[in-house]
Design a protein around this ligand. Structure first.
Ligand SMILES: [Zn+2]
Ligand SMILES: [Zn+2]
Length: 226
């Protein structure tokens, strides 16, 4: 019985983690291999604990995280500031995959993370939004592209691609720097998405539009954005 107060105290400490979420995940190693453990998203930051691969245990407070990328509702990448010595100091990314379909990286979880980070995030999960305007488009890649639809709502711009890894959901006031159209069949969306190849960390998405862009809507959007 003597241990009881201590046990209660431990419980209390976990309870104060408030919206802390613990998820069973697989940590995918780069370029191969994996370990398994728990991902804890809490008030102070994100923690990974692997019972077997303790060398991979990490605890990042929010300021140690550059960004996160919700690759799907079961996959989340954490971009840290840790140098990778073997890769000329490139910052290290940790990829986590949920082990149970009962858990998801939900919109709420991502909103909480981005609120704590106070930074843009990458979101490839394009749940339907209440679009006030939409237009079919082709996203231009360096070679070729992918096709999909652009959706616009008061809060978000979504590109829903045939290739899910190319889909994006941008929160206008968090992820979008500005938009630009040089002619009515083209639209550029300039985002703050973490892009390690560019120093300025701005990533431009160029779209060919399959229908002419509504000029009045475009002008309204331009006025809304900085
Ligand atoms: Zn690992
Ligand atoms: Zn694309």
């Amino acid at each position: 019985m003597k241990q009881r107060p201590f046990a209660l105290l431990t419980l209390f400490c976990f309870a104060t983690a408030a919206w802390g979420e613990t998820m069973q995940v697989r940590h995918d190693h780069d370029p191969w291999g994996k370990c398994e453990g728990e991902l804890i998203i809490g008030q102070e930051g994100i923690e990974y604990r692997s019972p077997k691969k303790t060398g991979h245990n990490r605890k990042w407070i929010w300021q140690d995280i550059q960004s996160v990328d919700r690759k799907s509702s079961s996959r989340l990448s954490v971009l840290t500031y840790e140098d990778q010595k073997l890769r000329l100091g490139q910052d290290k990314v940790y990829d986590f995959e949920l082990m149970s379909s009962a858990q998801t990286f939900s919109d709420e979880t991502l909103a909480l993370i981005s609120g704590k980070l106070k930074k843009p995030v990458t979101d490839r999960v394009t749940n339907p939004i209440d679009a006030e305007y939409q237009i079919p488009a082709k996203h231009k890649h360096t070679i070729g592209g992918c096709e999909g639809t652009l959706y616009f709502s008061p809060e978000f711009i979504v590109y829903d691609s045939e290739d899910p890894s190319n889909s994006r959901k941008w929160k206008k006031d968090r992820d979008v720097a500005n938009i630009w159209s040089s002619q009515r069949y083209e639209l550029e969306i300039r985002t703050y998405e973490e892009n390690r190849r560019n120093f300025d960390k701005m990533r431009v998405f160029r779209f060919q539009l399959k229908e002419p862009l509504d000029q009045a809507y475009y002008e309204r959007l331009r006025r809304e954005l900085p």
